[in-house]
Design a binder for this molecule. Structure first.
Ligand code: PAF
Length: 279
């Protein structure tokens, strides 16, 4: 697996892969890879001939009081895992390559980025949409794969790709979970043993709420019960538990398909997100 840090070299390497025949899939990541990321790489290998993984801890999607500096980084370990999974290229630019001096352009997917995580993290999704658009232009893949764990991000990337005419298939990969149901996340590494044990209350509350809503329970009451169960299970606060249109992300007060239950909650200093489809 080649590790590339320069855009001209990346273009040459991707062109060579395409000339060798076949399609290219991009898996964008911020590193600190876990089994969830590796499941995206495996999916990429199934749907394309060559896999490019990017690792870039994107400063523009972190707020001033967020964990950009502390975000876990271990490129050597990540590169070894990706080589084992059969990735062809690791695209690992530094901040000056991604955002050269004088960089002023950004991408905003209006409305879709304002609610849910966007409300708690102003500017976050502009940072995501901007870096993903840049990654698309840099790598020029045929397919790009994003985890469904960040459903809002996936919906925003899909809309951005459509609105800006990127000829790239955007695929969502199912959420990888630990045995107790907690969604895999690089941020789970921040949890103490006690917090990690309590964190299982989060997916459990969401599963109960998703079943209740599918069975016809009142949406407002069910969402309130889910928030209470999450806090009762040891979380410090709930940013949101919401029923949303799965594509437009519009908040729903009554079930209408396709719908998705979206949630974010805080335990100690760690903010976790999760979501579930409603059958
Ligand atoms: O989901 C992530 O890891 C990031 O938001 C992404 C898509 C790599 C953009 O920085």
């Amino acid at each position: 697996m080649q590790i590339i840090r320069d855009i001209a070299m990346l273009h040459r390497a991707v062109t060579a892969l395409k000339q060798a025949g076949g399609s290219v899939a991009l898996v964008p990541t911020m590193g600190a890879l876990h089994d969830g990321h590796l499941s995206l790489v495996r999916m990429a290998r199934r749907v394309a001939d060559h896999v490019v993984v990017s690792i870039f801890v994107n400063p523009t999607q972190f707020g001033p009081n967020e964990d950009f500096a502390a975000y876990p980084r271990d490129e050597a370990r990540d590169a070894a895992l990706l080589a084992q999974e059969g990735a062809a290229l690791l695209w690992a630019p530094d901040v000056a390559t991604m955002y050269p001096g004088g960089h002023r352009t950004h991408v905003e997917v209006a409305e879709l980025g304002a609610d849910y995580c966007g409300a708690a993290r102003p500017g976050h999704f502009d940072g995501v949409a901007t870096v993903v658009a840049k990654l698309f232009n840099q790598v020029r893949p045929d397919v790009a794969i994003f985890g469904e764990k960040d459903w809002q991000q996936l919906a925003i990337v899909r809309r951005m790709a459509r609105d800006l005419d990127f000829a790239i298939d955007i695929l969502g990969a199912p959420i990888a979970r630990d045995a107790d149901g907690l969604a895999l996340s690089s941020r789970n590494a921040y949890l103490s043993a006690q917090q990690r044990a309590a964190a299982a209350a989060f997916p459990a509350a969401l599963q109960a709420a998703a079943r209740a809503i599918a069975d016809g329970a009142d949406v407002g009451e069910t969402l309130a019960n889910a928030s209470a169960a999450i806090v009762g299970g040891g979380f410090d606060s709930v940013d949101y538990v919401a029923l949303a249109d799965a594509d437009s992300l519009e908040r729903l007060t009554a079930l209408r398909h396709p719908a998705r239950l979206l949630a974010a909650a805080r335990i100690g200093k760690t903010r976790l997100i999760d979501n579930l489809p409603i059958a």
